[in-house]
Every structure is written in C-alpha cells, then in structure tokens.
Design a protein around this ligand. Structure first.
Ligand code: FAD
Ligand code: FES
Ligand code: FES
Length: 1342
C-alpha cells in the first residue's frame, strides 16, 4: 500500500463556519481539548471525558456525496479524535449564537425558562437540543427527552429544561400523554380529580410571548467548500502521524483490506466509544489506528427475502431509524428480532453515543454488558466478513462472542455487515435489561430470548437464551435450551427452565460487579417475563388452546417508564404594594443564564493560559493503609516536559486549617491513610506530560494493620474522631418503662458523591513582585484558600488574593479538600515562579474529594399502641474517612436536626464519626440531616407498621404542635409545618390516591405502587454568630452604574441574581444598571463559606446595608434633584466630595448551643415543607418509576420564586438520587470502583417524576430575615426520601401479598437490587445462595 505517498499532511474541517487546517494533526488528540485549548472555544465543557455526561456535546455535520444528504448529529467531543473530522463541520455552542451577535432560540429559552443554575451543563444541553432541532424542527416530547438522555445536570432537576424544550414541540401546555386518546388535563391525575381550573393556569415562571421564533433558515449552512471537496476532490488515503500514533484513513475497501494486512493488530476505529475509553481509562495504547469511516460498503442497507442486512459502519442511531422503518413496513411476525433490537436501542447510552457508535464497533467490542449482542445472537444473525482472501460468513453465536479462534475474525478480516433474519410465524423474540438507571446506564443483566414453536401447538422447537452482564462476555444458556426442546410451553417447563438456567449460568459469589444474588434472580425473572410475554401472544393468537394469563400478571409486561412530563408550579405573587419596577419577589432569570447558554460564562479552566503556565497533577495512594517504603521519581522526572515533582518531604511540617479550624497536612509523608491520599504532585509543561509522568512515579508500600473501612470495622476497633456528640431531652429510660411496645432497628444510609459538573479546578499565578499571588479557584470558600496558601508559603494573607467568578456546582464539595490542593498548586507556582494550573479529571475528583458521609443508625423506640412515640434512643455512626475534615460539624447538624418534624418527649441521641481508611467525607448539601432524618423516618415507618397504622397517621400524631420546644429547648412555632403537611395531603389528593394505589396493588401481583408523604422541618443556620456574618461592597460610578460585590459564591444557587435584585430595590434603579463580577478576597475580606442555605440571607443583608449607607449619604443630593438620574446624583456627589462607595455588614444571626447542657438557640429560623411521592415498582426486576411528586414548602417571602423553585426541585432530585440510584462501591481493600458517570448514576432526565407539582405556601409568619425570605438551598434534599418511602410502601405491599408481614429493613439507596431482593418470591427462593465468609465479595458496605 502506498500510504506514505498519498499521505495527507493537513487535516481540514470546519468549526462554526470557519475553516480549520491542522498541519500536525495528532491522532491522540480529541476534539474537546482541541476546541478548548487550541481554538479557545471554551463553551464546550469537560465533565467526565468518557462519554457519560454530555457536557462536551457538539454537533457534527457530514455531507455524503452519494446520497447528497447532510447528516447532523450530536457527539461527545471528549471521545471524538480530531483525525476523524476530515471534511466535517463541527458546530459548538459558540457557533449557534452569542450575545455579540444574536442568541439562538434554544439558548434564549433554556435561560429564560430557568433551565440553568451553575450553567456548566448548559452548553451541552443546548447542543443536544440544537442538533435535534436541526433534524426535527418540531419534535415530539419523546424525541426531546430522548435527545437529552445523555446529558446530566446536577443542579436543576431537569424540569425547567424540559419546560424550555416543550416550547419547541408542536403541542404544549399539557403532559402530551395521549394515551387512550385522553390528555392528562382532561382526565385529571392518574384518573383522579385534577387541580381546580384556576390552578391549571397558575402564573408561569416565564413568558413564551417574548421568545424568538425558531427559524431553520437562519442556521449555519454546511460549508460549500466541504461539499465541493467531497464531490470533486480526488479521494486519497489519508495518514496523520502524531508523536506516538499513526492514523490511517483509507478510501476504498481495497485500501482498507491492505491496511489491515499491514497492521493486523490495529483497531478499526469508528465511533471510538469503545476504543476511546479503553485508551483513556485502561491505559491501552495503539500505535496505529485504521479509520474506515469513508468506506461506502460499510454503510449498506439491504432488504433481502431472508432478512435485513445492515452495514457495520452505520451508527446505532441510524440503525435505530432503519429498524423503526422496517417494523412499520413489515408484519410483526417477521420483525421479532428487529423489534427487540429497537427496544434496547431506545435505552442504550445517550443520543450522542448512539450517533457516534457503530454497529460493527458494538458487535466487535463484545462487551460483557452489550445490549445488542444477546439479541443478535438469539436472532441467528450472521456477520459478513471480508479480507484480502475473500468473503465469508460467520454466525454471531456463542463461539464468536467467546472469541473462540475458530469462530472469530482473523486479524486481517473486517466486518462488513450484519444480516438480521426475519422471524417466522410462531417465533418470538424478546429483550430484557435492568440497569441502575433506566437510561444511559449499562445493564446489570440483560438478555435476548427466542422461542420457535414451528406451528401452533406450543411445543418448543428451537430455544435460544443469551445473557449479558453475568460473565466475561455475553453467555449462552446452550445446554438448558437444548434440554427444553420438545417441551410444551407451560409452567412446568418454566420451572425446569429456571433450574436449568441457574445451574448453567452460574455466577461465583465474588464475581466482578457484585450484586450476585440480584443477577441470579434477574436471570430467572427475565425468563419468567419471557414466559409470560410469549404466553400472552399465544393466547392472543389462539385463544382456544392457550389459557389466559391471570389478570394479576398482565401488567408486568407493560413498561413502567413514561417519557411524558407535566409540571405545575404555584408560588405567591410579589407583594402588590411593591413599586412596579421593584424586582424582588419576581421570577427573574439567572443573571448569567444567557451567558451559560451561549458558552460565554467563564469557569476556572476556561481562563486563557498564562504565559509559561505549567500543569500540576497529583499522584495518589493505591493502598488504603500502608507505610511508604520508597518513592522513585527517576522515570517520571525523565518524561519530556516534566519540571518538578513535589513530595510530602518538601512540605513536611506544613499544615493548613480546615473549615472547622483543625489542621490538615498537604501530602502524605511516611504513611498513607486511604486510597486516594495525595502523595506527590507532578508539574510539567503540559497536562498530557504531567499525566504521563504521574503514571511513572513508583511507590513501594508496606501494608499496615488494622485496615478499617466500614462503620462496623470502626466500632470494633473503637476508631472514632472526637468529640462524640450527645443530645438528651426528657427521661428516656423512665419513658421506656411506660410504653406499650418497644422496637429496635437499624438502617444503613449510603454516602453520596457531589458530582458537581465542574471538577476541582485551580490556577495559581505568581505576580512576580512582592511575593504576591493570585489564585483563581473553583471554591466555595476563598478565605480558606487564601489562608491555606498563606500558611503554606509563609506569606501574609494580604499578598494572596483568591478570586472566584463562578463555580460549576459545589454542594459542599469545594471547601476543605480544595484548599489543600490549592495550597500545593500555589506552592508549586511559588517555587517555579510560573503560573500553575490544576484541573482534576472526573475519576480523580471522585476518588480524592469523597462526599456525603455514609451513616449507620440504630434506634430503640418506645411507643403506645395508638402510634405515639414516647421515647427514642438513637445512635448515629458516620463514616468520616481518614481525616477529620468537616465530620464533626456534619455530625452535630445531624444530631440537632434528627427530630425532623416530630416532638419526641423523651429523646437520647448519640453520634460518632468513625475514623476509617477511606478518603475523608465532607460537607454535602443538608449537612447530616438527609441521613439522620432518614433514620428517624424509618423508625416512624416501622412504628406505624407495628401498630397497624398508616405511616402518615403516625407522622401526624407525633408532629410538633404549633408552639413547641425542640430537643435543645429552642422555642419553635410550627404553624407553617402543619399548614404544609395539610396542603400537601390535599394537593396530592392523598387519601383518594391511596385508595387507588391499594386497588392497583390488589389487582397486580408483579407490579406494585407505593405512596408516601413526609414532612420537613429544616433548621437554618450554622450554630454560631461569626459563621453567619457577611459583608459587601457597593460602588456607584459617575455614569450612575453600580458595581456590587459580596462574600457569597455563585455556584448555581442564583445568589448574585438575588443580590442584584436587592440593590435594585434598595437604590431603586433597574437591575440592568447593576453589575456583579464575582467574589474576591481583595474586595470582601474574611468572608464566610458559601453554604448552609444562608448565602443570600447574610450577604443580602450586607448588600442592603451598603445600599442604605449610600442612600443616606446621597439623600441631600437626591432631595435637591428628585427627578434626576443616578448619573446626575453621582456627578453631584462627586462634586461635593461625597464617597460613592460603601461597605455593608451583617453581624450574623443570634446563635448559640451549649452541648454540655444540651440546650441553646442554634438556628435562626426553620424552613418547613412536605412532599408526597407515588412510585410504581416492577417486583421482578426491581425497576421503579416516580409517577408523581407534590411538594409544598414554606420559604417565607421568596426573593426570586424561579430561583427558589429551582433550588427546591434540584435539591429534591439530588435527594432522590441519594436515596435511590446513587451507590458508591468500594472493594474489600478500600478501592473506590465508582469513579465516573458510567458507574455512578446520578438522576438523569428519565428519573424526573412524570408529574411534578411544587407549591410555595403563602406567607403566614414573617421571619426576621432579608425581606422575610428564607434560605432553602439544602432543605429539599431530604424531601427526596418521599420516593424512598413510596418504594418502601410498594415493597411492603408486595411482601404482604406473599405472606411476609415481619419488619422490613431496607437500606438506602433503594436500588433495583434492593427492591428486587426485598420482593421475595419463588424466584428469589430458587437462586443459589453463598455462605457468608465462603468467598471474598467484590464490594463491601462501608
Ligand atoms: C458512555 C457510554 C455508554 C454506553 N452505554 C451502553 C449501553 O447502555 N449498552 C450497550 O450495549 N453499550 C453501551 N456502550 C457501549 C457502546 O455500545 C460501544 O462502545 C459501541 O457500540 C462501540 O462502537 P464504536 O463504533 O464506537 O466502536 P469503536 O470504539 O470505534 O471500535 C470498537 C472495536 O470494534 C472494532 N471494529 C469496529 N468496526 C469494525 C469492523 N467493521 N470490522 C472489524 N472490527 C471492527 C474495532 O477494531 C475496535 O476494536 C456505551 C458506551 C459509552 C462510551
Ligand atoms: S465530557 Fe464528554 S461526555 Fe462527559
Ligand atoms: S446547571 Fe446543570 S449542572 Fe449546574
């Protein structure tokens, strides 16, 4: 082959209508860093680097000279090699609109519908919607939710994004659920009475009237040059060579085959969604890559009389469209396999991955959890192969999947196409899968099953069953299938089949991926579902010969997931007595909403490189508890570009203070205390060099005893942080003597990863003079960064300035750990005299920074038969990890808030933070309350069960009375709590729906519904006065414009927007006249951490104070010229030497707590609320769907209802994730497995309740706060547990039907595994169980 002769040295593609010519295209470079660093298009964000989050979504357009069509599709730039883009047009968020030119309707609507909070996910969301609209200008809601399935948002809870999308749909304004031909608005909710007419039209948070219309003619055209190139330019083989890798892109099949002969080991990279992650995360290296994306023969679609032949090079999205078309045109009996494939293609990954990944790549990767391979195998599909030797066909069967040498491709062969045969009459194919999350999550177990009866008498002639997720690749239950041939399709056959399959597809107790018993159960549950599905069809086809399915079984075959979303929001309107232009109380769009949507918002890593900037990456411990025997840096130091490696020895003796004032070291010196412990920092000229070198640092460890990982280990070794916290009220021991019943129980509440979309980011810039240094950090606490850096560099704080423009989500995770990493980065910068940047990759971030504390709660509760709890004795243990961090503060808050909405007349609560060999857990939205509250609610639920009462009744009985006293003897008025509770019961039609749920449950055996309502009392404050003090600085310039700054950090919660509303009200000037740049230790010193829901409260007070000072000063001037403008007044003030700048200060709320006496006034006020959720569960698979949630909150007078409702919903969805899908997995050696979105499942758009109603209570009591508003950033997290208890309720119903009436212990998160295993039945009884201790489990419960 003459590739050297034809080598194209230049890569040519277009980005946003501009030609890009890359003379030295490196095959190792992906589009994302190329856009961000080389082209300086920083709108496209890095969130995970592995295709799992969608932050990097761009649109790719390609012209096909044969079909003359342009294909537009969304793609993840993080997995897209630039070399694959020759002749393509890339559109990024900057390309569709900007504030400098014209914003695009998608950008406008997502911002104005309040679909952005921190804004980090927004460009990706915008591009996914944009790509969809390019193909479907009036999409259906299904298409929209599908298009967003691959985009994660950690802030909004998705509802406002869905609302924005709906404005593009043809029909809007209702759920669009035309099932039974009836719209939800007509039929009410779940067939129950709907809202009163007036509620349906409750004021919207945005006005559609002002939206720009979508005009497809205004879109960027496909570059004519690229079209001409594709049509006219002679096509030549292209070769790109980087430092280490060669990329060959042949034009013809012949060239491709030649290349394959020459480089038989080179992968054929199509979508790069399999090869890419292997290179990135597993360190696989390919010196040569062959890219066959120009080979026409790989894109064939042939309908033959035997079946459909689909080219291996077509993307999964294209395959989906082809299959959809085929099943429309052909009769159902011919398209059984096609239908099954289509079903799985609907949930496989997100739309970006489906658009990039090829069918050939999918098949050839032979992933153990491949969704399509089991179906292709049962469907008797064949693979058409080609090599220089000629063509041949191989079946896609067990041997192929096992890579058996006889059945596999030869190294020089390629897969050309796949033949999917048509099914025959009396042949049925089904697809099953269960994942941690319904969409964009690899299956835990999946399966393809096919049966052929030959004719109508129901005797099995052929049977084929394949499973994924239960072995190293897709597994064929061959012997079982063979043994079942000749048997009639009946329950006896099913019973035999289950036993045979369980025997054949055996999973050892220590199987990778864990969940072994769940997987075993799914193996037989799927088989049962298949049995039911086929039986139902047989019955339909021949009602005389086949018995009907029991009515109670039928519903299991229906999909519980609906993509339709319907929301209603109710909030109190702004005070009518307000001045007309006063923005307080109005749903003002996030100040940066438009900039988020256009990609113009600058986050830390979007800042341009400083001259001679270096990159720092950390090397972390791979052992959980070990002595560092030696560190060998020689190989790492020899990597080109490496400048320095800092070890703990260099920083020995330096400690920084954490948030609670305790000392923390920077890097490990002699001993490592957890996997992920920072050991050294590699500094190099570029990120790639630093990361390459980091892999070459050789550390020798010697394991140390004891290894303490779990809470139980810590209890056993008495390994706790001090102090232990205790709160006691009344006389618990005496009360236990009086009660009717005593119950003891425990619950484990799993931890949670913050998963802010912007990973930890910092840039340290030495100023070169007087030892000054600027730090740009994604942090919630600039003062802590300043302090840590000053201590590390031994320089006074007045020379260290920390600036934070905005943070891409934080949730408590950007406080103490950030300051440690910033201190090391600053040390490196100081030492080198050069700027140093450190941006964590997602996996590093999750590992190093840890998250919410796992809790173990043990309770002993004494109660009367009528449900009154008289005594509660609770012990809370949190897994603190290896250092103190904020564990004790979290613990304190957990204890002080554990009573939630209940008055326990006699209460004792102990709390201990366990010291373990895990990365130290830290602050997280809700600070211990989501865990402690769940323990309490669990206890209440069990008391109800024991008394034979409903949980809501026991909740009501024990709720605080209007005027009451907390366990720390603070007076409390809970009128609003009771109001929220009652309104939530009414709004959700609780009793009617409860009846409906009970009816459903009586009629359905394998599906159950559950309903639960939980109250909320969330105390707001940090327990001490100094921690809630705040300051602000307001300048008025001579043109009358105002610059405001304050100590709060904008991390998505809209604090800057609220502050501008405050200035606008106070100075009576339009918001457009006020600007806010960001937060800096230079403008507001010593500011407190942004957290604990009080950021707007405190800083708002300070801003108000500054404005009032200015107004007071300017009053004489204004009264002299009352009709003047701010420009007039500012100029006049200047002329009279009156200062136009003022600081504002808020001393903080009165707060104290005496732990010795167990009393105090730690909180200024309480946020009240209630949430009711209804779920449906599939008892066979453990799947669940949140059907509806109603939330009522009392948040005082909302300063900005759009922002506040956004906080409630976002927190609720985050809480729902905490209690249902978000599961951290650790190995028995303390290694965290779940280090990215592919393993750790935060809620995605598919998890949003089908119906969501949020209502803010009208003001009844005036809190003594900023404009009587309440801070509510955290409280909503807890409400997510209404979903937990709804599932609990459904599981209990299933168990009771199966005769299981005892206590129900369900730990959090309630994952599909836990749901399934709790719904015990004949299948769970059938599976083999391993003796505990007889195997080493894959993961442990920490
Ligand atoms: C975020 C994410 C989520 C995912 N979710 C799911 C999911 O839910 N369910 C699921 O089943 N899968 C899932 N996947 C896996 C995905 O389906 C595969 O990665 C994808 O189909 C591979 O296709 P590709 O074109 O990108 O392969 P590439 O990475 O380009 O290639 C993969 C392999 O196939 C070989 N190959 C490609 N074409 C040919 C050919 N014509 N002849 C011979 N060899 C060939 C290559 O040599 C290479 O070894 C997910 C992947 C990601 C990244
Ligand atoms: S950064 Fe590309 S998908 Fe997450
Ligand atoms: S707004 Fe979506 S991640 Fe913050």
């Amino acid at each position: 082959m003459a590739e050297a002769v034809h080598a194209a040295t230049e890569l040519l593609f277009y980005v946003n209508g501009h030609k890009v010519i890359e003379k030295n295209a490196d095959p190792e470079v992906m589009l994302l860093p190329y856009l961000r660093k080389k082209l300086r298009l920083t709108g496209t964000k890095y969130g995970c680097g592995g295709g799992g989050c969608g932050a990097c979504t761009v649109m790719i357009s390609q012209y096909n000279p044969i079909t003359k069509k342009i294909r537009h599709y969304p793609a993840n730039a993080c997995l897209l090699p630039i070399c694959s883009l020759y002749g393509a047009a890339v559109t990024t968020v900057e390309g569709i609109g900007s504030t400098h030119t014209r914003i695009h309707p998608v950008q406008e609507r997502i911002a104005k519908c309040h679909g952005t909070q921190c804004g980090f996910c927004t460009p990706g969301m915008v591009m996914s919607i944009y790509a969809l609209l390019r193909n479907h200008p009036e999409p259906s809601l299904d298409q929209l939710t599908d298009a967003l399935g691959g985009n994660l948002c950690r802030c909004t809870g998705y509802r406002p994004i869905i609302d924005a999308c709906k404005t593009f749909c043809k029909t809007t304004g209702c759920c669009q659920s035309k099932e039974n031909g009836i719209c939800c608005l007509d039929q009410g909710i779940n067939g129950l009475p709907g809202f009163e007419e007036e509620d349906k039209t409750s004021a919207k948070l945005f006005s559609e009237d002002e939206f720009l219309p979508l005009d497809p003619t205004q879109e960027l055209i496909f570059p004519p040059e690229l079209m001409v190139m594709a049509e006219k330019q002679p096509q030549r083989i292209r070769v790109f060579g980087g430092d280490r890798m060669k990329w060959i892109s042949p034009v013809s099949l012949k060239e491709l085959l030649e290349a394959k002969v020459k480089y038989p080991q080179a992968p054929l990279v199509m979508g790069n969604t399999s090869v890419g992650p292997e290179v990135k995360f597993k360190g696989v290296f390919h010196p040569v890559i062959i890219s066959p994306d120009r080979i026409e023969e790989l894109c064939v679609v042939n309908h033959t009389c035997n079946g459909l032949t689909i080219g291996a090079g077509l993307s999964l999205a294209q395959v989906k469209d082809i299959l959809a078309d085929v099943i429309l045109k052909l009769p159902e009996e011919k398209t059984q396999t096609h239908r099954a494939l289509l079903k799985h293609l609907g949930t496989l990954a997100g739309s970006q991955i489906r658009s990039m990944a090829s069918l050939g790549g999918h098949i050839m990767s032979r992933h153990l959890d491949s969704d399509l391979n089991p179906l292709l195998a049962v469907g008797n599909c064949t693979l058409n192969l080609l090599s220089k030797e000629g063509e041949r066909q191989v079946p896609l069967n067990e041997q192929f999947l096992r890579k058996s040498p006889k059945a596999d491709l030869k190294p020089e062969e390629i897969l050309i196409s796949v033949n999917i045969p048509y099914s025959r009459k009396w042949e049925f194919v089904s697809a099953f899968r269960q994942a941690q999350r319904q969409q964009n999550a690899l299956a835990i177990v999946n399966s393809g099953m096919r049966v052929f009866f030959g004719e109508g008498e129901g005797i099995i002639r052929e049977l084929s069953i394949y499973y994924g997720g239960v072995g190293p690749t897709t597994i064929y239950a061959k012997n079982s299938c063979q043994k079942l041939i000749g048997r009639p399709w009946n329950e006896k056959m099913l019973d035999v089949a289950c036993r045979l399959v369980l025997d054949e597809v055996s999973l050892p107790g220590s199987a990778p991926g864990g969940r072994v018993e769940f997987k075993r159960t799914l193996i037989v549950s799927f088989l049962f579902k298949f049995y039911l599905e086929v039986s139902q069809i047989l019955k339909r086809m021949d009602p005389v010969h086949y018995p009907s399915l029991a009515d109670k079984y039928e519903s299991v075959l229906e999909d519980i997931h609906s993509k339709h979303h319907w929301s209603i929001l109710k909030y109190q309107d702004a005070d009518p007595r307000q001045l007309p232009k006063d923005p307080v109380g109005h749903p003002i769009m996030h100040l940066s909403g438009i900039n988020h949507a256009t990609g113009e918002s600058i986050y830390c890593d979007d800042m341009p490189a400083v001259d001679q900037e270096l990159f720092l990456t950390f090397v972390t411990s791979s052992r959980a508890h070990a002595k560092i025997v030696s560190i060998d840096l020689s190989e790492a130091l020899s990597v080109s570009g490496v400048v320095d490696i800092i070890t703990g020895k260099e920083l020995d003796g330096i400690t920084v203070l954490n948030y609670v004032g305790e000392t923390e070291t920077l890097l490990a010196t002699d001993e490592v205390l957890c996997v992920g412990h920072l050991v050294c920092a590699v500094i190099a000229e570029s990120e790639v060099q630093a990361r390459r070198a980091a892999k070459r640092v050789k550390i020798v460890y010697q394991d140390l005893e004891p290894l303490i990982l779990t809470i139980e280990d810590a209890i056993q070794h008495n390994s706790f942080f001090e102090p232990v916290k205790k709160l006691e009220y009344g006389n618990v021991d005496e009360a236990f003597k009086e009660v009717d019943q005593i119950l003891e129980g425990e619950i484990h509440v799993g931890g949670q990863e913050h998963f802010y979309m912007e990973t930890q980011s910092m840039l340290a810039v030495p100023k070169g003079e007087d030892q000054e240094m600027d730090l740009y950090v994604s942090s919630q606490f600039p003062k802590l960064i300043q302090q840590a850096v000053a201590l590390t560099l031994k320089i006074p704080a007045n020379k260290i300035m920390c600036h934070v423009r905005r943070v891409g989500g934080a949730f408590g995770g950007k406080i103490s750990k950030t300051s440690i990493m910033a201190a090391v980065t600053a040390f490196a910068a100081h030492k080198q005299g050069r700027a140093v940047r450190c941006i964590l990759e997602r996996g590093e971030d999750i590992l190093i920074t840890a998250g919410r504390h796992p809790y173990l709660g043990k309770y002993k509760v004494g109660f009367m038969n009528d449900g009154r709890v008289l005594a509660l004795d609770m012990e809370q243990y949190s897994n603190g990890g290896s250092t103190l961090d904020e564990s004790v503060l979290v613990l304190e808050m957990g204890v002080l808030k554990m009573d939630n909405a209940y008055k326990f007349p006699n209460l004792r609560c102990w709390a201990r933070a366990c010291r373990t060999n895990l990365p130290s857990n830290t602050a997280f939205r809700g600070f211990g309350f989501p865990q402690a509250g769940l323990i309490t609610e669990s206890c209440i639920t069990e008391v109800a069960a024991k008394c034979g009462l409903s949980p809501e009744k026991v909740r009501t009985i024990n709720m605080y009375k209007e005027i009451d006293q907390t366990p720390y003897k603070q007076e409390i008025n809970t009128k609003s709590l009771i109001q929220c509770w009652r309104e939530c019961l009414a709004m959700s039609s609780y009793s009617l729906r409860k009846e409906a749920v009970e009816k459903f449950n009586a009629e359905n055996y394998w599906k159950k519904k559950g309903l639960a309502i939980v109250p909320l009392k969330y105390p707001v404050g940090l327990g001490t006065v100094p921690l809630s003090q705040a300051a602000a600085l307001v300048h008025i310039y001579l043109d009358g414009s105002v610059l405001v700054t304050h100590g709060g950090i904008e991390m998505g919660q809209g604090v800057h927007t609220k502050m501008i509303q405050v200035v606008s009200r106070e100075l009576r000037m339009p918001m457009s006249n006020v600007h806010l740049r960001g937060t800096s230790t230079e403008t507001v010193p010593n500011a407190n951490v942004s957290g604990a829901s009080v950021v707007a409260d405190g800083n708002g007070m300070a801003v108000k104070d500054a404005c009032q000072t200015l107004l007071k000063r300017l009053e004489p001037i204004i009264s002299k010229n009352p009709r003047g403008t701010w420009k007039d007044w500012a100029e006049a003030a200047f002329a009279e030497s009156i200062s136009l700048s003022a600081t504002g200060y808020f001393r903080g709320y009165e707060a104290n707590m005496d732990w010795e006496k167990g009393e105090g006034h730690p909180f200024e006020y309480f946020v009240f609320g209630a949430a009711c959720s209804e779920v449906e569960i599939d008892c066979l698979t453990g799947d669940h769907k949140n059907i509806r949630t109603d939330i009522v909150m009392d948040i005082g007078c909302s300063i900005n209802p759009a922002v506040d409702i956004g906080q409630i919903e976002g927190a609720f969805i985050q809480g729902m994730g905490l209690y249902t899908t978000e599961e951290l997995n650790y190995s028995p050696q303390g290694v965290l497995y779940t280090r990215g979105p592919n393993q750790y499942k935060i809620p995605a758009i598919c998890d949003v309740p089908t119906e969501l109603h949020v209502s803010l209570l009208p003001l009844s009591q005036k809190p003594n706060t900023l404009y009587s508003s309440k801070g509510l950033g955290e409280s909503g997290v807890f409400l997510g547990c209404s979903v937990f208890f709804a599932i609990h309720n459904a599981v209990r119903a299933a168990r009771q039907e199966r005769g299981l009436f005892g206590p129900l212990k369900l730990n959090s998160p309630l994952t599909p595994e836990k749901i399934r295993m709790a719904c015990e039945d004949k299948f769970t009884k059938m599976i083999p169980r391993d003796e505990p201790g007889s195997y080493i489990p894959w993961n442990i419960l920490i």
